[in-house]
Design a binder for this molecule. Sequence first.
Ligand SMILES: *[C@@H]1O[C@H](CO)[C@@H](O)[C@H](O)[C@H]1NC(C)=O
Ligand SMILES: *[C@@H]1O[C@H](CO)[C@@H](O)[C@H](O)[C@H]1NC(C)=O
Ligand SMILES: [Zn+2]
Length: 304
Amino acid sequence: MVLPKPLLTSVGVFLSHLTLTTAQAFDCGTDTSHASEHFLSTISSLHSPQTNGSPAARAASILTTRDTTSQKDNNTAITIDTIFHIVATPSKKSTITNDMPSAQLDALNAAYNPYDITFNLVNVTWTTNEAWAVGASPADAEMKKSLRQGTYRTLNLYFQTDLTGGVLGRCTLPSPIANGRSDPSVYLSDGCNVNANTMPGGDLEDYNAGKTAVHEAGHWLGLLHTFEGNSCDGPGDYIDDTPPEREATDGCPVDPVKSTCQGKGDADPIHNFMDYSSDACYEGFTKLQHDRMHFMWNLYRDGN
Ligand SMILES: *[C@@H]1O[C@H](CO)[C@@H](O)[C@H](O)[C@H]1NC(C)=O
Ligand SMILES: *[C@@H]1O[C@H](CO)[C@@H](O)[C@H](O)[C@H]1NC(C)=O
Ligand SMILES: [Zn+2]
């Protein structure tokens, strides 16, 4: 992991740092309310193996035009062309230094390489724009329309210095939106918004090792939060090897062990990238999250 650099000391940065850290816990704006019907029926079929046919076969049959790619082995290594867009306000511009994008790429690859996924950074764009750096509507759509590069299989990460909405990040889940269509305008909004201060060397204490981008890229690859639904009995994240979790994790509660679904199995998956833990607490994905990301890549993104 890349060590955070000392805080930059301009007054503006210091004040915003205080503002952010006093109330800051990890928060992210991605849940099933933003998912397409197709995505929901796919994960639901993957989650209930007791019904007819293999889950993978049923999910693949939903998207008939993509059924050849969706049969690919989950272990085939994938490389994802990635674009970083650094979007800063004039006053925060100097806080994002030239070495931060490559440190962020290293953090992504360190997290994902054990799961047969590599991010290939093909471009970094640098923009100074007061409204885009905040990313409220409609400036956010305007920014993506202007900056987005590549196709539906290209990951666009927007690192915004003043990301609004009380979150450190949010991302689009994959959907059949691009299926069979060559017009990039249908998926202009696809990609992840990430608070730029979470990049390695950023000024967000406990959240500046680049793991927010790791978490958001998990959504882009089709993963939900481990505590999705906030219930011990529901389908949760629709992944069978993550324990049920009723509440998101804040920080890294190792002692006493956090268990919001006592009697339902294991302790909460506080070290999972799809929880809300602090960067130092994050360790990895499960085997079935690995499979799910590869499955979703093959089903929705590869070939588009
Ligand atoms: C990188 O982005 C710039 C726009 O900022 C664009 O002009 C250039 O063609 C891109 N380079 C590649 C390799 O895609
Ligand atoms: C691939 O992943 C899907 C989705 O999680 C799973 O249903 C399927 O069993 C996996 N295939 C193999 C060969 O492991
Ligand atoms: Zn999230």
